[in-house]
Each structure stands twice: as structure tokens, then as C-alpha cells.
Write a protein that binds this ligand. Sequence first.
Ligand code: 6PG
Length: 473
Amino acid sequence: MKKAQIGIVGLGVMGQSLSLNFERNGYAVAGYDLDTAKVEKFLAKSAEGKAIFRVDSPTELMAALEKPRSILLMVPAGKPVDSAIAGLKDSMDAGDILIDGGNSYFLDTERRSKALAAEGLHFVGMGISGGEEGALWGPSMMFGGPKEAWDTLKPMLEAIAAKADDGAPCVTLLGPHGSGHYVKMVHNGIEYADMQLIAEIYDFLHRGLGLNNSALAKIFHDWNEGPLQSYLIEITARIFQKKDAKSANDLVDMIVDEAEQKGTGKWTSQNAFDIGAAIPTINAAVESRIISGLKEERVAASKVLHGPDQTKPDTDVDALVQAAHDALLASKVAAYAQGMEMLQTASLEYQYDLKITEIAKIWRAGCIIRARLLKDIMKSYQEKPQLANLLLDSAFKKVVESNQDNWRKIIKMAIDQGIPVLALSSALAYFDAYRSERLPANLTQAQRDFFGAHTYRRIDREGSFHTDWVTEE
Ligand code: 6PG
């Protein structure tokens, strides 16, 4: 029997879509899943006559694959990955490649790659973005692992990857060990920020200005033609158009307002604290999901805690819609600036040697945060690989500076109306803090020294100083 070029372990939605994508691009697939009924159903329904076949044990999987073997794990992050590795590794030979394509925590990937390297196996942590559609027609893939593994897999992965406008495949070797999963984690952090910013602008336009869903659909559709053009803006326009099949209402109005999360956004925030990266807009997005989850408490609080009167602003609605656009754009730039700077900090911390321009390049298509903006981000870091912060790039400096009046205006109006804008306001505060020559941290230092003798540095001489703040002069 002809051997397969790739084995896929875990034939859930993503595993199935990736199998079809590999097969369509000329690679035979051996699929292994403990749930054989599920595999049979998939083969009968979607893979009939295709070079995708079922194997029922690790031994069968190994026998079915060309050497060196390439096996892609598409199982849920956490323990299932360790169990899958434990079940496979003894049947594998030195030089074989195991790829974890799930949203694994990057430190787990570090641990696994070290352990497997000691046994002569190549372990790759590869973040895959784009959901089911992306997996089927072209995802963005963030590859972290040994160069030998990349050299073997490059043709296959480039074939199945999304292609950017210039035809470049959205996959590359980003760095060693857990770097691919690290970059995917930050991608998801930015995804959270992007989504929350859009949600807050929706709240302002809907609750604040009283615009209905069909007006919102048109606004987001129009915005998708300009600098905000992105997958998330595009799907937002489509969401506002969707009717509910179970009632006479628009579907978006029938959805419970509690945002769930699987953890990658939270990991981004947790790790940012560990490495000392400031990502307030991503943090605000994670926290906004947490607050949304307090539904019962919010309902009760809404009856006792009163905000300002929500009178609709008596101004030109079109001008305010434009201002909301500008506020969203400037906030989005600030959020990407935070994510990119976090990647640079992590690159030094974990010695990943990440190239920000390469990351922006593979985020241009296929992934959830794909956006027109990424082409410009790619160019900025191409020209200045050591750029400290995206806001300092002349093109982006112009975007935030020229939109800042409307940025401030929308946030002020939202605050006056009592509409929560955690992410929008954090993005603006980040911009204001980053561009401040002097921050009030001198007072913080004085307080620390006052109550804990933690010392402070002076502006006029070197060294650490402590003052007895209590004794009078
Ligand atoms: C992607 C997404 C995906 C993520 C979901 C759900 O890049 O395709 O980031 O990997 O798992 O969007 O994430 P949450 O459940 O945390 O919102």
C-alpha cells in the first residue's frame, strides 16, 4: 500500500479539516482517533475516494507513514497531549517528528520538546489559527521547533497554509521549542483585545447612539473597506445581519451576554506579568470577559447602582460614527503595539530570537486577527527590526496622533453615558503613559520608601537613597 506523508492523531473538527486540506494538496493522510465511529463517519461523509485512511493503533500508524515520520497531534491542550505522546513515542524512531497543533501552553511545549529531544525525536509546537474554515482552506501556522523538522515539513505546510496577497504562505519557522505556541498565545491575546474593542464600540453605537442592527451592519461593512479592514470587522458586519431561526429577532440580540474563554488570553496576561510586559488592553479584554460572566450579580447590581442618565447625544450621528471609527483604529494600533512589544520582550527573556516582521507576515492571512494593518506592521519592522514600539513608527505615529481627538471624544462620551470602555480607555491610557516623559512614579517610590524603606533613586545623583520621612527636619 502507498504510504502516507502525514499522520493526524485526533480527528475532531480541526483534525478533519486539516486532513482534507493536506489531501487536497496532494498528501496522503493516515488518521488515528480512539473514537473509530467518528472517523468512519467522517470518512464516509467527507473523505470518500480521498487519500485519507484510518489506522487503529500506534503500530499501524507507524507502518502507514513515510520515514522520517511526521505526526500531527490535534488533541485538546493539557493532559490529552501528554497521553497522546506517551502512547506514540515508543513506536517512533529517532528522527521522526511529532507536531502539537493545539493551543498548548508554551512552557508545556518547552518541557515536552526537551524530553523528546533526549529520546532522539523532534518535537514541534505549532500554533494554528483560523478555526475550522482556516484549517480546511488555509490556516496561519506558527511553527516552533528544530530546524531539521522545519526543513522536512516546509513544503507540506507551505502547501496547506493561507496565502497572503503577495502569494507568501502564512507559515514559517519562528524559533525553537515553545516559541510557536508562545506566538500563538500572544496572537490570541491580541484577538481578545481586538474583539473587546469592537464590542465596546458596538455598545457605544447601539446603547449610546441608539443605532439598530441593520445600521450597525452597514457601518461595519463600510469600515471593512478602509484601514480597519479585517476578518473580525467583516464577521461583525455579518453577525448583525443574521436573523434568528427560533424567534422573529436578530440572532445577536438573543445571545446571552456572558463571554467565555478557554484560557489563552488569560495566559497572555499572566505571562506578561512574569516577563514585565505592559499589555493593558489585552488585560482589559480578559477582565471584561470575567465581568461579563458575573451575569447574576450584574442584574442585581443594575437595580441598585445608578449611573448617569442615558440621554442620546444631541449631535451629528454620522460625525460620531466617524469618530467611533477613529477611536477603534487608534485603539487597535495601541493594542497591536502592546502585543508586538510583548513578543520582543519574550524573545529576549526566552532566547527565541523572534523576528517581528516574520510574525506580522504570517498573520496577514488565515488567522483570526488577519487585518490590513498587518501589512504595514510587517513593513515597519522590516525597515526597523529593533523598533522599540510600533507607536514610534512614523506611519503609526501619524495614525494615532491624527485620530486622537476623536479617540478621546468617544471615550469621554462613553464615560459620560456610563458605558464601560475598559479596553478603549486602557488603549488610550497606554498611549498617554508611553508618551509621558514624567509619570507619577516618583510619588509611588516615595510611598514605598516611607512605609517600607525600599529606597529610591534621585534625578540629580547616582545611588539609592532612603529618607526618614517621619522625623521632622
Ligand atoms: C484561532 C483562535 C482559536 C481559539 C478560539 C477560542 O486563532 O483560531 O484563537 O485558537 O481557540 O478563538 O478562544 P477562546 O475560547 O479563548 O475565546
